[in-house]
Design a protein around this ligand. Structure first.
Ligand SMILES: [Zn+2]
Length: 223
């Protein structure tokens, strides 16, 4: 007799739903039918509800009074601008701080991260976002500033940007920019590390803002 498949845990359900939302398999701003999801995944409603609470923490799902759960909308032009203004405030500083701290210098980790990135897999987009998340987080962690680390984590910038990412995303360019940042940090050159991070974020901002809305007011370089 064939063994029954083990039922997915709430962590599995969370992971599954998270990718469905990130990949737009469940579109933005869509009502979620808990009963239907439970039937599709062949689990009870409890792990679904737990997973939805976790997704709420990621800002990928919102609970509305009497209406249950919905996926959040993709970022609009203002949302993208706000997110990059925040990143431009903290990340160039973090790159500078980590480049001048010998003990906490994350260069080795960053270089290892870059060499591990696999561009050959069919899940290139996922690999890229996971690499990007680890790369930027390692620089944040190297600052040792808990307030900053937490604020950055709570922006969930990678989840939200991933949702908007086009398939023809120029990942090679991002990898090159990361390599420049890692080299500047390795050489303990704070000014260069800051400059390369700022440049990387400006390039990234231009890419995302174009994909949301060609509003001239927002397509200018951020300060
Ligand atoms: Zn990056």
């Amino acid at each position: 007799m064939a063994k029954a498949k083990p039922k997915p845990s709430s962590d599995d359900v969370y992971e599954l739903l998270r990718w469905k939302i990130l990949d737009h398999e469940i579109p933005p701003a869509t009502k979620l039918n808990i009963l239907q999801i439970a039937q599709q995944l062949n689990v009870s409603q409890t792990p679904i509800r737990e997973a939805l609470r976790q997704l709420q923490g990621d800002n990928l799902v919102i609970a509305t009074a009497n209406k249950g759960y919905s996926t959040t909308a993709d970022l609009d032009a203002t949302g993208v601008k706000d997110l990059f203004e925040f990143r431009l405030l903290v990340e160039p500083w973090a790159a500078r701080a980590s480049a001048s701290n010998r003990l906490g210098n994350p260069a080795k980790e960053l270089i290892a991260e870059l060499s591990q990135f696999k561009s050959t897999t069919k899940y290139k987009k996922r690999q890229m976002i996971e690499h990007d998340q680890r790369f930027h987080r390692a620089i944040m962690l190297a600052t040792g500033n808990e307030v900053l680390i937490q604020a950055y984590a709570q922006s969930h910038c990678h989840l939200h940007l991933f949702r908007m990412m086009e398939n023809e995303w120029d990942w090679k360019k991002s990898i090159e920019e990361h390599a420049k940042i890692a080299q500047a940090i390795l050489k303990e050159d704070p000014a260069k590390a800051e400059e390369e991070m700022r440049n990387h974020l400006q390039v990234s901002y231009q890419g995302f803002i174009k994909s949301v809305q060609p509003l001239s007011v927002f397509t200018q370089k951020l300060h």
